[in-house]
Ligand binder design. Structure first.
Ligand SMILES: Nc1ncnc2c1ncn2[C@@H]1O[C@H](COP(=O)(O)OP(=O)(O)OP(=O)(O)O)[C@@H](O)[C@H]1O
Ligand SMILES: [Mg+2]
Length: 267
């Protein structure tokens, strides 16, 4: 048994009287992609915000490498190597690629008491890191992020997270707004991050994307973990069903059965 990088045990989260997450237990291992599935409002974003230090759990425990952790803010989670990439890559359209890559950690050049942002180094390192993920079209670190495609922005954000030592990479719907070709780029980058030994938590509504990269799957329905299984244990139809909130499908089937039996009131 290997110790998981991240383990949650019985994590619940309420906002005042509203219970959003109930008793979630799950883990992610190095070199594995965990797909987090579930319908709108199931609690996926709340769960990743809890993992990344935005919210504190109401109860339950979180461990990294077997040691209990609690994050007071997102900075603490990121210092521990948990990197979260939001839907639009958390990037800044009016910044250059080099600037955006190093935001908050700019390399500096010094002349005696003077110092200045080292544009050349930033651009070189950023372009090299992004190309390392197979995005070879990006050659100029001075280009503005606003001019990149959605897939390229995702790639920039992932390359930055990996460069600064992320061990857990959380991607909230990174392929949602992308066309087929760009989405496949992002999926390839997810696989490259896994190959480099990161634990990846990948949120998506697209079964095809989930099945293409997932090693393990966790399905949230109304804030509870409704199913968790490994690659190959469920068919595409079963996964689609679960994502639609399996219980809705079960209700529908019961209604149809009742209707066919001639007693719709019984449904
Ligand atoms: N700060 C908050 N206060 C009260 N309720 C909240 C808060 N944040 C989220 N919720 C509720 O928790 C539930 C889950 O929301 P969440 O954003 O985690 O869902 P999701 O699975 O990410 O959905 P989607 O697929 O639409 O992104 C929703 O009903 C939402 O209204
Ligand atoms: Mg969400």
């Amino acid at each position: 048994m290997t110790t998981p990088i991240l383990r949650l045990t019985n994590v619940s989260k309420s906002f005042g009287p509203v219970d959003v997450l109930h008793d979630i237990s799950l883990q992610v291992n190095a070199g594995e992609v965990l797909c987090l599935l579930g319908d709108n409002g199931a609690g996926k974003s709340t769960l990743i915000k809890t993992l990344s230090g935005v919210h504190a759990p109401t109860s339950g425990t979180m461990e990294m490498d077997g040691q209990p952790v609690a994050f007071a803010n997102p900075r603490e989670a990121s210092d521990r190597g948990i990197a979260t990439v939001h839907q639009f890559g958390g990037t800044f359209p009016l910044m250059s690629i080099g600037r955006c890559f190093f935001v908050g950690r700019e390399p500096v050049k010094r002349w005696g008491p003077l110092k200045a942002y080292d544009r050349r180094t930033a651009n070189e390192v950023a372009v090299k890191a992004i190309q390392g993920f197979g995005i070879t079209r990006i050659t100029d670190g001075d280009r503005l992020v606003g001019g990149l495609s959605g897939g390229e922005r995702q790639s920039l954000a992932i390359a930055r997270a990996v460069h600064f030592g992320a061990r857990v990479l959380i991607l909230d719907e990174p392929t949602a707004a992308l066309g087929v070709k760009q989405a496949s780029h992002v999926l390839r980058i997810v696989l490259e991050a896994r190959r480099r030994g990161l634990a990846v938590i990948f949120i998506t509504h697209q079964v095809t994307h989930a099945m293409a990269v997932g090693d393990r799957f966790a399905v949230l329905i109304r804030g509870s973990l409704a199913a968790s299984f490994a690659k190959g244990e469920r068919t595409r139809e079963e996964i689609t069903d679960l994502m639609a909130g399996g219980e809705a499908m079960a209700e529908l089937e019961a209604e149809i059965a009742a209707h066919e039996a001639g007693s719709p009131q019984a449904a």
